[in-house]
Write a protein that binds this ligand. Structure first.
Ligand SMILES: Nc1nc2c(ncn2[C@@H]2O[C@H](COP(=O)(O)OP(=O)(O)OP(=O)(O)O)[C@@H](O)[C@H]2O)c(=O)[nH]1
Ligand SMILES: [Mg+2]
Length: 196
């Protein structure tokens, strides 16, 4: 559950961008970071070893306002997608309030998407987080490339529970802010339900 800070009157949400290696998670986060006014964001911090490019930062979204007098603060994280960073991926999922799965639309990454999605679901199970209730958005990224799987084919395999599906080109920012808006919306609905 999201973290309420009584003294600063903030409510904190953790949003994690999940997906296979090189699907465009970091590109999403960096684009969002560039678009947010400096007074509304914290530092973009990279918890990186030489090859591990996990990123996170926090910010106050302008249009989400307040819930019951609490300022809403979002913390965006990406996981390292490469297979061998399994333990980091699991660690970053701890306490997650909302998930975006960034799929790579390229044909040669079809199986990698399925494996990464299974890995995500397994990690959620291990934390005893109920995926059915988790705010969740599926993003089909890299729609600009020539060798991609048609969207409806990807959806039929990757869509797990009627979640919003967003097509994106993270390198140009297409669909990136819309994806963030969708996950924000779902997280806010979820917290209002929990606070009732
Ligand atoms: N053509 C195209 N390239 C993209 C798109 N999104 C990301 N890329 C490129 O794909 C590569 C990988 O992007 P990253 O954002 O680093 O991928 P990642 O998911 O963070 O990868 P890991 O951290 O290794 O898991 C980079 O060269 C990006 O420029 C896209 O929509 N279209
Ligand atoms: Mg990355």
């Amino acid at each position: 559950m999201s973290f309420l800070n009584y003294s600063t009157r903030e409510i904190n949400f953790k949003i994690v961008y999940y997906g296979p290696g090189l699907s465009g998670k970091t590109t999403n986060i960096k684009y969002i970071y560039e678009k947010i006014k400096s007074e509304n964001k914290g530092k973009l911090v990279s918890l990186a070893t030489e090859t591990e490019r996990t990123l996170f930062f926090d910010f106050f979204p302008l249009d989400l306002g307040q819930i019951k007098g609490y300022k809403v603060k979002f913390h965006l994280y990406t996981v390292p997608g490469q297979i061998y960073y399994s333990s980091s991926r699991k660690l970053i999922l701890k306490g997650v309030d909302g998930l975006v799965f960034v799929a790579d639309s390229q044909r040669e990454r079809f199986e990698a998407n399925i494996e990464s999605l299974e890995d995500m679901l397994e990690n959620l199970r291990e934390y005893k987080l109920n995926f059915d209730e988790m705010p969740y958005v599926l993003q089909l990224n890299k729609r600009d490339l020539p060798n991609i799987t048609p969207a409806d084919e990807l959806i039929s395999v990757l869509r797990k529970k009627n979640e919003p599906v967003m097509e994106a080109i993270a390198t140009s920012g297409e669909g990136v802010i819309d994806t963030l808006k969708q996950i924000s919306r779902l997280v806010m609905i979820d917290v209002k339900r929990k606070l009732q």
